[in-house]
Design a protein around this ligand. Structure first.
Ligand SMILES: Nc1nc2c(ncn2[C@@H]2O[C@H](COP(=O)(O)OP(=O)(O)O)[C@@H](O)[C@H]2O)c(=O)[nH]1
Ligand SMILES: [Mg+2]
Length: 438
């Protein structure tokens, strides 16, 4: 499907549905300016140079005025898609936009598929696949961390990071080839070892950003777990800054789970308050306990709370294996019954320890990734980078001729990441997630 209909002229409403000050209809393709001549009255778009805009009226088939507005003109080679493009800025009314769009379709344009403008930009070589994904990330960014990563991706920073790793691999391959071709000459060990080590280190760091990248774009779920009365609901309220969850001195108050959203380190985090974990004869409460453990298993991060003002009791049930956990000793304002080194002391009442807890949560979610570097932000990118790393690690353990094969495979995975060497179905899957008009 990727390249089918690529010579058609396409049109779509580019702005969000609903009323707004301004709305945009976009037309791209060989006949874009001819279509614009048909719908726009003023100076003729097809007689206008690229990079200009015209003021005039938009008209229907019978010459009826649909709206007043602007026509922006971009010429082939100097537009988002790389093709001739006309953009109409009208009043952002659904009635106006649907009539203007309908008129462009009557004049020979076809309705664009989701992401088709960006797909054309990709096919024209104006964006690589990672940049196209960044466009989508920018359209969908709800937090500053997501926006930052999308702009880094769009600027080509991810592509540059990948290219640097590729260059190390190419140098290694050249050294291996020289050793095979001229076995007597002797290739200095460092020509082979240094770039391979550099590639491995940089690729590991890149793979290590995948988690942060996904958390930044998709957000994270964080479950608060502990015995009844450990202070889970109080801590959730302290973190969100208002009384979201009921707090009482009687244990077993929270039976169902409850969610609240906060932003942490620029990332949207859903905090989940759960039923206190204990052995109980109450069927509803027992169901809540089972649910709490399964929520902990599905969370990106678990806060395991223990009351610091009472003698310590182990949880009657084990936390799911593999869960990322921050241990919290609650009620730090009361005289301590116990302490432990790697446990954060927090009081929901005085606020003591909350900044340190927020820092720890941010660090656990984002890792030690540098905010100024480009991260892997989609599962597709992460998968390609992980496969590249496997090949590079394999190369490090193999004799030269087999190592060369692994390095070539690694290079293939890297070019898949930026989209220079990808199957059509992968491209289709990327653009399927876009909205119409982008
Ligand atoms: N002194 C003190 N009491 C707390 C603190 N956090 C919770 N509590 C009290 O402990 C009891 C249980 O708190 P709650 O948040 O409902 O615990 P949950 O059952 O784990 O949700 C309530 O009486 C709270 O007022 C704290 O930081 N300091
Ligand atoms: Mg509670």
């Amino acid at each position: 499907m990727t390249r089918s209909g690529i010579s058609d002229t396409i049109a779509a409403v580019a702005t969000a549905p609903g009323s707004a000050g301004v709305g945009i209809v976009r037309v791209s393709g060989m006949r874009a300016l001819e279509v614009a001549d048909g719908v726009f009255r003023g100076r003729r778009p097809s007689n206008t140079r690229g990079g200009r805009f015209l003021f005039g009226t938009l008209v229907g088939a019978d010459g009826e005025m649909l709206d007043e507005g602007l026509c922006l003109i971009f010429r082939e080679g100097r537009s988002y898609t790389g093709e001739d493009v006309a953009e109409f800025q009208t009043h952002g009314s659904p009635a106006v936009l649907s009539r203007v769009l309908a008129r462009t379709l009557e004049l020979g344009a076809r309705l664009a598929r989701p992401g088709e403008f960006t797909l054309r930009a990709y096919l024209a070589g104006r964006l690589d696949l990672a940049q196209a994904e960044a466009v989508l990330g920018l359209v969908e960014a709800h937090t500053d961390a997501a926006r930052r990563q999308a702009t880094l991706g769009l600027s080509g920073a991810l592509g540059a990071r990948v290219a640097r790793i590729g260059a190390h691999l190419t140098r290694t391959l050249a050294a291996l080839q020289a050793m095979l071709d001229y076995p007597d000459e002797g290739v200095p060990e460092e020509d082979r070892e240094l770039p391979l080590t550099a590639a491995m280190v940089e690729l590991r760091a890149l793979v290590g950003t995948a988690r942060a990248g996904q958390v930044a774009t998709r957000g994270a779920r964080l479950a608060l777990i502990g015995r009844p009365n450990a202070g889970k609901s109080s801590l959730l309220n302290a973190l969100v800054g208002y009384e979201r969850s009921i707090v009482t001195p009687s244990p077993g108050t929270t039976r169902d789970y409850l969610e609240a959203g906060v932003e942490l380190a620029g990332v949207p985090v859903t905090l989940v308050d759960t039923a206190g974990i204990r052995e109980t004869g109450d069927e509803v409460e027992a169901a809540g306990v089972r649910q709490a453990l399964s929520l902990a298993g599905g969370a990106d991060l678990v806060l395991a709370l223990e009351d610091g003002s009472l003698p310590r009791e182990a949880l009657p049930l084990a936390l799911p294996p593999g869960a990322r956990v921050i241990r919290v000793r609650t009620k730090a304002d009361l005289p301590p019954e116990w302490t432990e080194a790697d446990t954060l002391n927090v009081s929901a009442v005085t606020g003591e320890g909350l900044p340190a807890l927020r820092d720890a949560m941010g660090a656990a979610l984002l890792g030690d990734t540098s905010r100024s570097e480009a991260w892997l932000t989609t599962e597709r990118q992460a998968d390609a980078a992980r496969r590249a790393l496997e090949h590079v690690e394999a190369a490090g353990t193999l004799p030269d001729d087999l190592a060369s094969y692994e390095l070539e495979e690694a290079l293939r995975c890297l070019s898949e990441l930026t989209g220079r060497d990808v199957q059509e179905d992968v491209i289709d899957a990327v653009f399927m997630n876009f909205c119409v008009g982008k």
